[in-house]
Design a protein around this ligand. Structure first.
Ligand code: FES
Length: 148
């Protein structure tokens, strides 16, 4: 193998390994939750946000809630103990499903990004994401999906 070909092969291998690693890492860190539809709400237990490790409790920044009756999943960000932001994962540009990644939602179709409050932070999308009203009852998080 020529030196130039060897360097090319190594470069592609490294890029591939880094890309696959970050994809797997991002998939592994996303908590997917089956939401239960009760009346006009989709419900999840607040414990879904908890991470218990070495007798220490921390909280996930967000979870992704889905149900077969919904056309798109809903990302729920934990702003603080009493405040949550539930966002429809449908891009406001042309309707592609979004991917939750850290503190933002990204669209793989044309690159739009949204913050955890649903604001478009990177175009071409200009409009906010649909945001659902959230309430807490006992240990349940209730996301109002009345008009989905
Ligand atoms: S559909 Fe999401 S950026 Fe175009």
């Amino acid at each position: 193998m020529k030196r130039k070909d060897f360097i090319k092969t190594c470069a592609f291998g490294c890029v591939g390994a880094l890309t696959l690693g970050s994809v797997l890492q991002s998939c592994a860190s996303v908590k997917m939750v089956d939401g239960i539809i009760v009346g006009d709400n989709i419900q999840v237990n607040l414990s879904e946000f908890k991470i218990i490790k070495d007798q220490k409790i921390t909280y996930r920044k967000y979870i992704v809630v889905h149900n077969n009756q919904l056309k798109f999943p809903i990302t729920v960000y934990r702003i603080n103990e009493m405040e949550y932001s539930a966002l429809w994962m449908k891009c406001t540009h042309q309707g592609n499903v979004l991917t939750a990644y850290g503190d933002k939602l990204q669209c793989s179709a044309h690159g739009s990004e949204f913050d955890k409050h649903g604001n478009a932070t990177n175009g071409p999308a200009e409009n906010k994401l649909r945001r659902f009203r959230v309430s807490i009852e006992n240990e349940l998080l209730k996301i109002s999906i009345k008009t989905v």
